[in-house]
Design a protein around this ligand. Sequence first.
Ligand SMILES: [Zn+2]
Length: 146
Amino acid sequence: MSIKIPRRLLAELITHALQDDPKEICGLLFGTADEADELHQMTNISKKPISRYSMQPGELLEAQEKAKNSDREFVAIYHSHTFTQGYPSKTDIKNALKVSSIATRHVIVSLVEKTRPVVRAFSINSDSEVRELVIQTDGEPYRASD
Ligand SMILES: [Zn+2]
């Protein structure tokens, strides 16, 4: 299984993450099926933004309208990890169930190494099973070392 994220969106994602570091960022990838074509930034309203993220309900409604009006869907939810590896935390897995009606794919950008942000993608199903997805970017698999 894979997810398609153009290189320009990966660059936007990393820029967004570095701007708010050490706070986690969050947002949505708009697109069709498993192919993202737009990054939609959301406000992290968590009271503990260093280690958690929480999307604002009003913004989420607006995003849903925007997607609907442009015949697109949410390909993935993204957020950053500023002090940990880019793998879903226990909280992420628990929260994935709550947001599964929005999207089941989760993109995580890790800033553990500030000079070398790493983006990974996962699908988390209703049994809380986590599967890593290959990120296809402009026709090639994405490697963090690129
Ligand atoms: Zn997380």
